[in-house]
Ligand binder design. Structure first.
Ligand code: TMP
Length: 216
């Protein structure tokens, strides 16, 4: 019997979009359908990737150059793909990832102003054409998200940015969704959690069904 490649689902969103609870919800939906899920995150997901995450999110290197930041994101991603994501997909497992390359376009491209063609070059190099099968964008107005996130602990190196930075991040995510309509689904994350989860179910259940059919 040949093993069918697993599917790669990513979840994106700005600060305070409720990624954690919604990722747990998606994971449950997949597992209830009998799918073996590898749950991971970026930057991170491997031992080396998590060390790079500490460098990126911590306050030790506050003045890090934007190119360094971008290259570290892709260094962590190369490790993640080689050691965790590709092996899991090749074993037929599904991978659910908290952020992926769309975040590099949104934060380093939109937020920091790096030319998207340079990000594309790194994407082509590191991913060799591999892209997620489905991306859920948890979208909400910047201020609503910041008000929610503000209630949490010590801000990381990204969370200390100004509103204008997050407005550019949001605009870039929405642009990416518009440019890649077959991969992206926009979820309105400004509404109460049960209504966010209703929207997620409407996207994820038919996706699972369609993939099972395709694998028959
Ligand atoms: P979070 O996923 O816990 O929200 O934190 C990760 C932070 O890293 C978040 O502020 C977004 C940022 N990030 C980038 O700037 N570029 C990337 O490519 C990724 C994956 C994350």
């Amino acid at each position: 019997m040949t093993i069918k490649r697993g599917r790669f689902i990513t979840v994106e969103g700005g600060e305070g979009a409720g990624k954690s609870s919604n990722l747990a919800f998606i994971r449950d939906l997949l597992e209830q359908s009998g799918i073996e899920v590898v749950f991971t995150r970026e930057p991170g997901g491997t031992a080396l990737g998590e060390d790079i995450r500490d460098l990126l999110l911590g306050h030790k290197h506050t003045g890090m150059a934007s190119d360094t930041e971008l290259l570290l994101m892709f260094a962590a991603r190369a490790e993640h793909l080689a050691r965790l994501i590709m092996p899991a997909l090749n074993e037929g497992k599904w991978v659910l990832c908290d952020r992926f390359t769309d975040a590099s376009y949104a934060y380093q491209g939109g937020g920091r102003g790096i030319d998207i063609n340079r990000i594309k070059q790194l994407e082509d190099w590191v991913q060799k054409g591999m892209v997620p099968d489905l991306t859920l964008l948890l979208d909400l107005p910047v201020q609503t998200g910041l008000d929610r996130a503000g209630q949490r602990s010590e801000p990381d190196r990204f969370e200390v940015e100004q509103n204008a930075f997050f407005e550019r991040v949001r605009a870039t995510y929405l642009q990416l969704a518009e440019q890649n309509p077959s991969r992206f689904r926009i979820i309105d994350a400004a509404v109460p959690l049960p209504q966010v989860q209703e929207q997620i179910e409407i996207v994820v259940r038919p996706f699972i069904q369609a993939q099972s059919k395709a694998d028959e």
